[in-house]
Design a protein around this ligand. Structure first.
Ligand code: ZN
Length: 429
């Protein structure tokens, strides 16, 4: 289970239109291939595989208290900035990928400069190779720029992107310095109106998740996905100063437990009490236990209601393996200690089927049944599902963090509340 698989940031909707850089139709004025040492480092930067071995420093205070925390900042050792690279799959599989920038350079896998152009360029999968304008390259190449550029509609900082042909489709992997990645994820996972301390607390957990992801890559070619299965990364067009400030204030700081980075799960809104990892996923972590949260009441998803029609209920039942007729019944038959549904029973025409509540939520749609903290009752021919919170409920409640920040609690105090017993490690080697 990922950090944010159940988490949707309600404030992200509607998405702002992606920034479209001025399209310079300079075409792909490909030059003769030549060796070059110019440009940013290759995507396969060696730094990424190193283990995190930094000792924890600065134990978090055991309980929160409003106001400043003298000594807390000093206790967190300022790390040396790390050049750790996070590789994020952010586009594809797709038949073609458009680039735009000035300049845009394309390198073969061996580092040979294949083309350089000052405008837009399209890469196309051709068999198991990649066509670059009028040229054909191998199955993998790097594209990049010394200035911000756009790949598949996403604005990226100066750097390189690896494009590879996988079974006739192109994938694009951005290689991002860790702190750049943190700021970009904050811009999609949090509201720009959030308090600095709430953004800083989120920066720590986003960074920790990324470092864990790099230690256990999703694929030999990339560490993380760019969607809600990992953390939302969608380019740099909305990385406002407050997101960079949050990354900068916590630069290099990780949430730590024992001798390694903690599982830094988080979610949008807990609805009054967070869930334990043991109850959510069957795996206990001493710092992912249920804690009270009285601070997320301002969340738009603190309370929600979903009217499910009979037709929709039958579709959900079908997806869960039961043929539902007009007499379909849906009941919560078991709950966790926090009151979240854990088992759902569906019955129709004398046949019953019991299923794990997360599967029911997934089948119904996680943006409709926003959490498992719900009651379900008949309403007309369908059902009324009344719930609280948004997401799996494990770890930090983002809206709760915002509420705590508004009460003057520091980012380290926020983390101490949601991850009891954890500490902060100040360096990424
Ligand atoms: Zn909460």
């Amino acid at each position: 289970m990922s950090v944010s698989s159940n988490k949707i940031s309600a404030w992200l909707l509607p998405l702002l239109a992606a920034a479209v850089l001025g399209t310079v139709t300079g075409g792909c004025a490909a030059k003769k291939p030549r060796r070059t040492q110019e440009g940013p480092p290759p995507v396969s930067a060696p730094a990424k595989k190193r283990d995190v071995t930094a000792p924890p420093v600065g134990i978090l205070p055991p309980s929160e208290s409003p106001g400043a925390r003298p000594g807390t900042k000093a206790a967190v050792e300022r790390p040396r900035y790390s050049d750790r690279i996070i590789r994020v799959l952010f586009s594809g599989p797709a038949k073609s990928i458009a680039l735009d920038g000035s300049p845009v350079r394309v390198w073969k896998e061996d580092g040979t400069l294949l083309s350089e152009s000052g405008g837009s360029l399209v890469l196309t999968a051709e068999g198991n190779r990649i066509r670059v304008g009028g040229l054909q390259a191998g199955g993998s190449l790097d594209v990049g720029s010394v200035a911000p550029f756009t790949v598949a509609g996403r604005k990226l900082p100066a750097g390189r992107v690896r494009v590879m042909n996988r079974q006739g489709k192109l994938l694009a992997v951005a290689a991002l310095p860790l702190e750049e990645y943190v700021a970009a994820v904050l811009s999609r996972e949090a509201s720009p109106s959030f308090q600095p301390a709430a953004l800083a607390a989120l920066a720590v957990v986003v960074r920790t998740y990324a470092v864990n992801g790099a230690a256990k890559p999703r694929d030999p070619a990339f560490d993380l996905l760019n969607g809600v299965d990992d953390q939302v990364f969608d380019g740099f067009d909305r990385v406002f100063p407050q997101f960079r400030a949050a990354a900068e204030e916590t630069r290099g700081v990780l949430l730590w437990f024992g001798d390694g980075p903690a599982r830094a799960n988080y979610h949008s809104t807990c609805g009054g009490r967070t869930e334990s990892a043991a109850d959510a996923w069957g795996r206990p972590y001493s710092y992912l236990v249920s804690v009270p949260c009285d601070d997320c009441r301002e969340s738009p998803a603190y309370r929600w209601e979903y009217r499910m029609t009979l037709e929709e209920g039958r579709r959900v039942a079908q997806a869960l393996g039961l043929r539902g007729r007009d007499d379909l019944r849906i009941e919560v038959v078991a709950r966790s200690a926090t009151g979240r549904a854990s088992r759902i029973m569906l019955s129709s025409a004398g046949v019953t089927r019991e299923t794990a509540a997360p599967l029911f939520r997934q089948a119904a749609g996680t943006t409709k049944v926003k959490s498992l903290l719900f009651e379900i009752e008949r309403a007309g021919t369908g059902w009324k599902i009344s719930g609280k919170g948004y997401g799996h409920g494990v770890g930090m409640c983002q809206w709760g963090a915002e509420g705590k920040a508004r009460r003057g609690i520091s980012w380290s105090g926020i983390l101490a509340h949601y991850y009891p017993g954890s500490s902060l490690a100040g360096a990424v080697p």
